[in-house]
Design a protein around this ligand. Structure first.
Ligand SMILES: [Ca+2]
Ligand SMILES: [Ca+2]
Ligand SMILES: [Ca+2]
Length: 341
């Protein structure tokens, strides 16, 4: 065994932070709750190691919430996978990657992932390195990586560095254990009666308690159905004057189906996005990756009836509507999943 490997084991065994000039980053296996801990202002406090090792259940298909296509928008191709802790580990974490973040940090347009490098990196992080298995919602995974607090939550990411030294690594622990049951809550669990966000810096109540986890917000109604569409944000409200933003994912259901009209429940990931926050007690939202048109619950149940191959839109008939949708998407492919070595 090489000396470097022994040094790594020593760091792992003792949990000591590496010296500043030590090229070997320190790392420790911690819980989501430890990684997401905050101070009284909602700022992340974890700093015991350079890298962290965290386990949990995958909650979303990355391409269902952010567009991985090379050059897409200001940040280029993006990728984000949430995974949540199990048992006592009541918290969850986002793993994030953006093609151009390096450019944004350094101002150097050449200092970011090329399209080819982006596709290679997406292929690498979408699949288990040991088996080639493509990660899906409901898999138990282990993520080893650097981390950075941003906008109210501590993300595992590359610290905006392109060098492979800053890669995060995702391994499969157990495939298809199943999605965790979405915790049923109401807007009264997230907001005070005056419609401001509930905030508990101990993260035992309110949006902080549910951040990064799968929840089911019950008895709400979409206030502004005109905003319906992939990547858009609608406002939902309860009968008592509380409202809450719901970011719609990029799932095809937001194009294929009309918004549900009546009182509904919504199943999604409780997220926080409060860029540059000093007091990070705002910016909470629900992120729903897809909708299957069922009319009563804003979610994609992922287990359809019908068993009719070619029924693209799931209306139990294979006909011209399906062909139209197929033609619209003819020869498109999903970057990071298609054409991988
Ligand atoms: Ca937070
Ligand atoms: Ca990388
Ligand atoms: Ca059909």
């Amino acid at each position: 065994m090489k000396a470097g490997n022994w040094a790594m084991i020593m760091v792992l065994a003792t949990g000591l932070a590496a010296w500043a000039d030590d090229p070997i980053p320190s790392e420790a296996k911690i819980t989501h709750r430890q990684l997401q801990a905050t101070d009284q202002f909602g700022e992340g406090t974890y700093d015991a190691t350079d890298k962290v090792i965290v386990e949990g259940i995958v909650l979303n298909a990355p391409e269902m919430i952010l567009n991985p296509a090379p050059g897409a928008g200001f940040m280029g191709g993006q990728w984000q996978m949430y995974f949540q802790g199990e048992g006592e580990d009541h918290a969850g974490t986002a793993v994030w990657f953006g093609q151009y973040y390096h450019k944004v940090t350094t101002g150097d347009p050449n200092d970011s992932y090329t399209d080819e490098e982006l596709l290679a990196e997406l292929c690498r992080i979408n699949a288990d390195p040991n088996t080639g298995y493509v990660f899906h919602p409901g898999d138990r995974i282990r993520v080893t990586g650097w981390y950075k607090f941003y906008g109210g939550k501590t993300n595992i990411n590359e610290k905006h560095q392109k060098a492979p030294f800053f890669d995060f690594d995702i391994e499969l622990v157990k495939p298809a254990v199943g999605l965790p049951q979405a915790e049923p809550i109401t807007l009264a669990d997230l907001k005070y009666p005056d419609n401001t966000f509930l905030f508990d810096p101990n993260r035992d109540a309110g949006p902080e308690f549910y951040q990064g986890r799968l929840v089911r917000i019950e008895n709400i109604q979409i206030e502004n159905p005109d905003n319906w569409g992939p990547g858009k944000t609608v406002t939902v409200a309860d009968p008592n004057g509380r409202d809450f933003p719901v970011r719609l994912g990029l799932g095809a259901g937001f194009t294929r189906y009309a918004p549900p009209a009546g009182p509904i429940d919504a199943v999604g990931i409780l997220d926080q996005e409060a860029p540059d926050c000093d007091f990070c007690d705002y910016g909470y939202r629900l992120w729903v990756p897809n909708y299957d048109g069922n009319g009563l619950v804003l979610t994609d149940r992922g287990h359809r009836r019908g068993n009719l191959p070619g029924d693209v839109n799931g209306d139990y008939s294979a006909d011209l509507l399906d062909l139209a949708e197929l033609s619209e998407n003819w020869l498109r492919f999903v970057p990071g999943l298609f054409g991988c070595p």
